[in-house]
Design a protein around this ligand. Structure first.
Ligand SMILES: *Cc1c(COP(=O)(O)O)cnc(C)c1O
Length: 570
């Protein structure tokens, strides 16, 4: 029928086809205004997804069954002509969780991956529905306040003056390093933001600092080669004398030290740099060498920050009744972490030791004026910190910034308080101490990071005839021992593979592994099996399981490697 042939009495123009489709699509969005029925549908859709996830749970520390990712299939994916209903999409989303480790499972001790709390998950959900952009307060409002609140809470916690400090959330711990080193660069090479980097800048860090230091130097145009890495002590903290030597050399070569990065909790072994000594070193350098700038001191505290929660804890009275070993470890970590306020800026990962979902990372500066160095246009300065004005978008690298990070952090800070954090971290350390005791009782096993004070234990298994009291020293120092070291590396790698396989099939605990605990004096990496406890569900029985399963795997691997291991030691 042509339009002009329509009878004049037609009550309305027929609805275009797209409007029918739109009607059904509208159901796929949350109702913009109060609609209890539709809210029920939305909540129920979330529940349906969770219910389908529940069906994937077994006793093993992973969802569904173990599987390898299939990227060949993934590359066949295309956008289809027609979509699907929400109901049809849910199971396809849930299938992405197949084979996923359950980090909160007491049998998951793989890495520093936080088990997120319920409050943290809700903290991510709410901004996901209402989509604030933290670029400015107009869009962010209460979410922007949340960011400012968390920044104030953490500023106070680390010993900054919240009235002068300022912080913003960014894309991970690497992002916090990027901000820290960028600020540093602007202080030492002013105008780099505007005119590009002139001159020769270096960054000082330890050889156990995170590789993000190098990434950041590369991305900022400093160059990865210009990250100078000082050697570390056996506890993985930087050798400050070596750091000073590097600094002196750099200055003598007329290079400018942009940043000194102190690692406050290394990723694998929880080594904590002596920030107090590094701070003194920085000031000494400025005086002695008459520097016309002050190298910026950034604390990479993305892991260690949480130990600030022990500030004010009465270690003598020990009201939470931690065991003596745990107490000693917590106090030792606190001793190093207490100096955090000496850093000019620092990073906090709530998605690591803050029990928040990925990503929740706060970059904090002691002096908010520092941010003016990062302004996109200088004339924005007057607007920045006036009462009622909050425009991190004027100096943040990102334009769109999600509120999920600050909201997840806020959720946990409110829910846990200092006491909750002390309980969770204290428990993790207590479990690690128990594991170390058990390992110490076995002549075939040996803890590598013995002086460690955190929740991570690195250890190795050795063949029967090896004296585990002296072997570690030989491995580290004796070049003639290289062939044995390589054998022991292989042995531990194979033990780990077995334990891993069993754990993924529901037998025992899933552990982690590091290919490079430390490099020996003669340049060979020493690997290690790793237990990183963060789950509140971890318990003592799991820690004994770790030792048992490693011993069983060790016996099998020793058997399989018998011929190789029979070679004389040197
Ligand atoms: C994890 C980690 C980083 C990087 O943080 P992301 O959140 O993974 O980007 C940097 N430094 C240290 C010490 C870390 O452990």
């Amino acid at each position: 029928m042509t339009p002009h042939a329509a009878p004049p009495s037609t009550p309305s123009i027929p609805m275009p086809r797209y409007r029918h489709l739109l009607d059904s699509l509208r159901h796929a969005f949350p109702a913009p205004v109060s609609d209890a029925v539709h809210d029920g549908y939305m909540a129920f859709s979330v529940l349906r997804a969770l219910d389908q996830v529940d069906a994937l749970k077994t006793q093993a520390p992973l969802l569904g069954s173990p599987r390898a990712p299939d990227f060949v299939a993934a590359q066949q994916a295309r956008v289809t002509e027609q979509g699907a209903t929400l109901e049809a999409v849910l199971p396809r989303l849930v299938s992405c969780l197949e084979g996923m480790p359950i980090w909160s499972h007491p049998a998951a001790q793989v890495n520093v991956t936080a088990p997120p709390s319920i409050a943290g998950v809700v903290g991510v959900l709410l901004p996901s529905i209402y989509n604030p952009n933290l670029c400015s307060e107009e869009s962010g409002l209460g979410f922007s306040e949340a960011e400012a609140r968390v920044a104030a809470m953490i500023a106070d916690l680390v010993g900054y003056d919240p009235a002068h400090a300022s912080g913003l959330f960014t894309f991970g711990g690497a992002g916090t390093l990027l901000y820290g080193v960028k600020l540093a660069l602007e202080k030492v090479c002013p105008g780099a933001m505007q005119s590009g980097l002139q001159g020769d800048a270096v960054v000082l860090a330890s050889d156990h600092s995170h590789f993000a230091c190098a990434s950041v130097a590369g991305w900022l145009g400093i160059g990865q080669d210009n990250v100078l890495r000082a050697v570390t002590h056996a506890d993985n903290s930087v050798d400050v004398a070596a750091l000073e030597h590097l600094a002196e050399e750099a200055i003598a070569a007329k290079r400018r030290i942009a940043a000194i990065v102190a690692t406050m909790g290394t990723t694998d072994a929880f080594g904590i740099d002596d920030l107090h000594a590094i701070h003194a070193l920085r000031d000494r350098l400025v005086q002695r060498r008459n520097l016309d700038y002050r190298p910026h001191l950034h604390a990479d505290s993305v892991i260690g920050w949480a130990w600030r929660m022990f500030g004010g804890y009465d270690f003598n009275a020990n009201p939470l009744e931690f065991r003596a070993r745990t107490l000693r470890a917590l106090a030792a970590a606190w001793n190093r972490i207490q100096h955090l306020s000496l850093a000019d800026s620092l990073g906090v990962d709530f998605h690591k030791t803050g029990f928040a979902p990925y990503i929740s990372s706060l970059f904090l500066v002691r002096d908010r004026e520092d941010f003016t160095r990062l302004l996109r246009t200088r004339d924005m300065a007057p607007y920045l910190f006036h009462h009622g004005h909050y425009h991190p978008g004027a100096y943040s690298l990102e334009t769109s910034r999600s509120a999920t990070g600050p909201m997840a952090a806020l959720a946990n800070l409110l829910m846990l308080g200092k006491e909750g954090f002390r309980v969770l971290l204290g428990h993790a350390v207590e479990m690690a101490e128990i594991l170390r005791e058990h390992i110490g009782g076995r002549p075939e096993l040996s803890v590598l990071n013995e002086r460690n004070v955190g929740p991570v234990t690195l250890f190795r298994a050795y063949p029967a005839e090896v004296d585990t009291f002296t072997v570690k020293d030989r491995e580290m120092r004796d070049p003639a021992y290289r062939p044995r070291l390589l054998l022991h590396n292989e042995m531990n790698r194979r033990i780990f593979d077995r334990v891993q396989f069993d754990a993924l099939h529901g037998r025992g605990v899933a552990l982690g592994f590091t290919d490079n605990y430390r490099v020996s004096d003669y340049g060979e990496p020493v690997n290690a099996i790793k237990s990183y406890v963060l789950s509140p569900h971890a318990d003592e029985s799991r820690m004994t399981t770790v030792v048992e399963q490693v011993l069983i795997a060790r016996a099998k691997v020793e058997e399989a490697m018998r011929d190789q291991l029979a070679q004389p030691a040197t």
